[in-house]
Design a protein around this ligand. Sequence first.
Ligand code: HEC
Ligand code: HEC
Ligand code: HEC
Ligand code: HEC
Length: 121
Amino acid sequence: MKKGLISIGILVGFMLSILMVSGVFAKDVIEFNPSYGKVTFAHKKHVDLKIDCMKCHHTWKKGETSGKLCHECHKAKAEGKAISAKDAYHKDCKGCHEEAKKANKPAGPTGCTQCHVKAKK
Ligand code: HEC
Ligand code: HEC
Ligand code: HEC
Ligand code: HEC
């Protein structure tokens, strides 16, 4: 009986780890490391703000919880219709923060070095 419970525990743990690796669960915090300075993005916090997944993951269909990530389409330079990663992130991240600020709502940072933290030398 006890042995059975342990193996169920191991099985559940194994399945959870597969889900994590396959990206079904997003990391709580995602870090970007552009040369201009590291950006720390609290993904979970933004989800908790009740921002629709599709506001950012604009190519996913309603209800989808995984799919292609920004960098797979938005590269260092604009390609085809897809704007560069820098423009895409600035437009989304900084854009939303700026709009919220204008509307006097709680907003994220809009200043360059509030988002980009330079590595201390
Ligand atoms: C405020 C914007 C924003 C919102 C809202 C958002 N995401 Fe994300 N998400 C991102 C960014 C940015 C990345 C990193 C993409 C990259 O590195 O190219 C990401 C990455 C992910 C990943 C990849 C796994 C990982 O940890 O790297 C998953 C899965 C994901 N998001 C799911 C969701 C789901 C599900 C929702 C809605 C409940 C959601 N996201 C809402 C911006 C957002
Ligand atoms: C499957 C490819 C693909 C993925 C994945 C993708 N994009 Fe895009 N994105 C595009 C294309 C193509 C355009 C230009 C055409 C359009 O607006 O749909 C675009 C446009 C944009 C724009 C400009 C919209 C406007 O109003 O001008 C922003 C901002 C943007 N993407 C941000 C993001 C972010 C942030 C992510 C990840 C959370 C992401 N994109 C993921 C392909 C993609
Ligand atoms: C649709 C709106 C929206 C988008 C898109 C968005 N944010 Fe935010 N962000 C917010 C709001 C609202 C807050 C303020 C939360 C609070 O303090 O209550 C915030 C807070 C933050 C903070 C400071 C709070 C913290 O503890 O982390 C950072 C840093 C941040 N955002 C980075 C980003 C980055 C990077 C992106 C793009 C990948 C992004 N945000 C996209 C709305 C947005
Ligand atoms: C809300 C957060 C935020 C703010 C504010 C912000 N950035 Fe960014 N920036 C990002 C993110 C996220 C990226 C994309 C990183 C990546 O592609 O990995 C980025 C990318 C860049 C890049 C490209 C770096 C590279 O090596 O390719 C430069 C340069 C840059 N930002 C400069 C600025 C400047 C200058 C300002 C102020 C006018 C600014 N950023 C404000 C979040 C922000």
